[in-house]
Ligand binder design. Structure first.
Ligand code: HEM
Length: 472
């Protein structure tokens, strides 16, 4: 009986401490979530973290406590403080070690600012806008965009599964940039299509959270999971490792650059970086394109296709970045269907910080999520649920819109592949809508709802049937 009372008292003290004594006690949010992380874990394991956090922001406003030691923010002030302070914002928490490859850190999984900066400077130039816009990259991407259109129009009148082909395109583009001539050719060669099937249809949500929350038991339980639910990098890990050791690599590639600075990385460091970049570049661009092409193919968006077509045929030689409507369509696609719509967690530095006017103690996990930043403030994004490319063409409010646009994150740890991804997306839209019209196939029944993984989101049905028609 004494033990029972002791346990009750300890429990009550625990709750009192977290709800009342904690410096986070004054923040808004559900009391149960402030008392125990189990609430957040429930939403994580059921794939509803993003949705739940967004609902909390709608209810409580731009600052919400989502766990005893975790707070979500949704203002530009918070974005600036968390992700831009001192260049690259706060350090990443251990969550990111999930993204190590071959038990070796890559730039993405490096937690601290210093080591991250050292790593980034080894190869960042290969992703700069000026480098990406050089003819070898542009022509390589263009060739693959043409192959995509050929594939989707080879049986005119029949539907093409653009979920699959968009992932083939993204894989072929990123591996071309990483290690040409050993990149995949999945748009033209059946054997490489198997790679896409292995990579883009798995479901790694539960296994990733198990690994994160229960690292000690994880090695024992992971073997009981179906191969399709394990982390999919195993599928290409050995191929990337082999390629990373080759010496006959094209000079325009990231691998070539990494080999030049080989002494500054660990033995598996190069392969870990390549694998990370490959994985980072497939689903993000593939899912983003799939959502966007689907949306453009709905009957209600025919006017957008028409305007896009007109802009493209009137300016056939214009650089892609000088086409304002194309830019607006891609940006609106990334706003409505951000491929990484979920929280990007960071750890508050020593001494604590004031974020969006609230003091947050050191080691608290803080984050913003694109899904909410792209919707919450309706003074910035009116009709936030509507797909309206024209909003990006207005000068009024442009600064606020651009500040809250978080699809690629921001600051020194923002997406390194942003310029490549934008080139891929714009080039594909140009190739399609210069000569074709698209519509959702009548037999398309698969769900296009957002289906969250650990950070990214993809179409739930993993199938998207679209009909292509040539414009006479
Ligand atoms: C539409 C496509 C893409 C989107 C929406 C996207 C989005 C993002 C976001 C939101 C982050 C920040 C993640 C975080 O802080 O946790 C990020 C980081 C990163 N992305 Fe992308 N990405 C895209 C395409 C690519 C491509 C094609 C690559 C190819 C290399 C790539 C490589 C990376 C890398 C390496 C990082 C880590 C950067 C660092 O830690 O400094 N991404 N991306």
């Amino acid at each position: 009986m004494l033990t029972f009372y002791f346990l009750c008292l300890t429990g009550l003290w625990f709750v009192y401490d977290r709800l009342i004594l904690s410096p986070l006690g004054k923040l808004r949010g559900p009391n149960l979530a402030a008392a125990t992380r189990l609430v957040l874990m429930y939403y994580e394991f059921t794939g509803r973290r993003r949705e739940w956090i967004h609902a909390l922001h709608m209810k409580y406003g731009p600052v919400v406590r989502i766990a005893p030691d975790e707070v979500s923010f949704a203002t530009w002030d918070a974005v600036k403080e968390i992700y831009v302070t001192d260049g690259s914002g706060y350090d990443k928490p251990p969550f990111y070690r999930l993204f190590d490859n071959y038990r070796t850190q890559c730039m993405f999984s490096t937690l601290g600012k210093g080591p991250h900066g050292e790593r980034k400077k080894l190869f960042a130039e290969k992703y700069s806008k000026s480098y990406i816009m050089q003819p070898h990259t542009v022509s390589g991407i263009q060739e693959r965009a043409e192959q995509f259109v050929e594939k989707c129009t080879e049986n005119l009148g029949a539907a093409a599964d653009i979920y699959f082909y968009a992932h083939c395109y993204a894989l072929d583009c990123i591996t071309y940039h990483l290690f040409d001539p050993y990149g995949t050719r999945s748009l033209t060669e059946a054997v490489d299509q198997l790679r896409v099937k292995e990579l883009s249809y798995d479901d790694g949500l539960h296994i990733s959270y198990l690994q994160h929350y229960f690292p000690v038991v994880y090695p024992y339980i992971s073997r009981f999971f179906e191969p399709t639910t394990r982390r999919r990098d195993a599928a290409i890990a050995s191929r990337v490792l082999d390629i990373s050791r080759r010496t006959d690599i094209a000079s325009h590639t990231v691998l070539h650059k990494l080999q030049e600075v080989e002494d500054e990385t660990t033995p598996n460091g190069i392969a870990s970086e390549l694998l990370d970049n490959a994985i980072a570049g497939i689903d993000t661009t593939g899912d983003g394109l799939c959502f966007l092409l689907y949306h453009l193919s709905l009957p209600g968006t025919a006017d957008v296709q028409e305007k896009l077509h007109k802009e493209l045929v009137s300016n056939p030689t214009m650089p892609l970045d000088d086409l304002p409507y194309l830019d607006a369509v891609v940006k609106e696609g990334l706003r409505c269907f951000a491929p990484i719509p979920m929280s990007l967690p960071r750890k508050v530095p020593k001494g604590g910080r004031t974020i969006a006017g609230e003091f947050v103690p050191e080691d608290t996990i803080v984050s913003c999520q694109a899904y909410t930043l792209h919707r919450l403030d309706t003074a910035v994004f009116d009709d936030a649920e509507m797909f309206v490319p024209e909003r990006w063409l207005k000068s009024k409010g442009a600064v606020d819109r651009n500040q809250l646009f978080f699809a690629f994150s921001t600051g020194g740890r923002g997406c390194i592949g942003k310029h490549l991804a934008l080139l891929e997306m714009k080039m594909l839209l140009k190739e399609i809508y210069t000569t074709c019209r698209t519509s959702v196939a009548p037999e398309m029944k698969a769900s296009m709802e957002l289906h969250d993984q650990i950070m990214s989101s993809r179409p739930k049905g993993q199938k998207c049937l679209i009909k292509f028609e040539k414009i006479e």
